[in-house]
Design a protein around this ligand. Structure first.
Ligand SMILES: Nc1ncnc2c1ncn2[C@@H]1O[C@H](COP(=O)(O)OP(=O)(O)OP(=O)(O)O)[C@@H](O)[C@H]1O
Length: 212
């Protein structure tokens, strides 16, 4: 058997995945599989469970029912905390710290991607002149950029992006699309929710529908 043949075909694979709250189904059963280098748009109406799915994959909620695999083996949330990064409605920034300090904390906790450091990421993310402002003094879009900078900085393979375009101007939206394209080109993958139109670079994304 060649080394290539022994590679599991999917980075993440879900079969019959369901989630319940107080015995009421939130979503499922759903099936999807994502290879390294693929971006998927998670689609569904308000309340259909898109955020819930991303929170499960981020290790913030338990899998209730179904089979979830990471590189071919059963997914156990404590084993994969560094493999995924979740960008949710709450950006997870310390508001009294600056962008530079928030990124330094993230680097200390999760390490850095090869060739990346706080200064390189700050330059790329378009926050020039605001690097040392406390985050609470930044605009909504600037805060979002600080959160996006963590994607670039830390080495997670699977990005879980809940409404990543919200609060961003045209340049910020292009930035998200460039980050996603570069991530996919270097073997990363992402699940993305969006209520707006999305125009990923590199063609049509995969689609994961929350409803049957
Ligand atoms: N903390 C919570 N406690 C109880 N129910 C919750 C909680 N969070 C979400 N829900 C419920 O779970 C369901 C799915 O919510 P979720 O946020 O995953 O949907 P969504 O598809 O992301 O929605 P939207 O498009 O509005 O962002 C909804 O019915 C919601 O009311």
């Amino acid at each position: 058997m060649t080394a290539h043949a022994s590679q599991p075909p999917f980075l993440i694979e879900a079969r019959g995945l369901s989630f319940y709250r107080q015995d009421e189904p939130v979503f499922g059963p759903i099936d999807f599989a994502l290879k390294a280098g693929e971006i998927a748009l998670v689609e569904g109406d308000n309340g259909s469970g898109k955020t819930t799915l991303l929170r499960i994959l981020a290790g913030l909620l338990h899998v209730d029912e179904g089979d979830l695999r990471w590189r071919g083996t059963t997914w156990r949330r404590d084993d994969h905390l560094g493999d995924t990064i979740f960008l949710g409605h709450h950006l997870g920034l310390k508001s009294d710290l600056s962008a530079r300090e928030n990124l330094a904390v993230a680097a200390g906790l999760y390490g850095t991607r090869e060739g990346m450091d706080v200064e390189t990421v700050l330059a790329r993310i378009g926050l020039s002149g605001y690097e040392d402002e406390p985050v609470r003094r930044l605009s909504a879009g600037q805060k979002k950029r600080v959160a996006l900078a963590r994607l670039l900085l830390t080495p997670a393979t699977l990005w879980l992006l809940d409404e990543p375009y919200a609060n961003l101007d045209r340049i910020g939206i292009d930035l998200v699309n460039r980050l996603l394209a570069d991530h996919a080109a270097t073997g990363g993958a992402a699940l993305v929710t969006s209520h707006g139109a999305v125009s990923f670079l590199g063609g049509e994304p995969r689609r994961i529908r929350m409803h049957a």
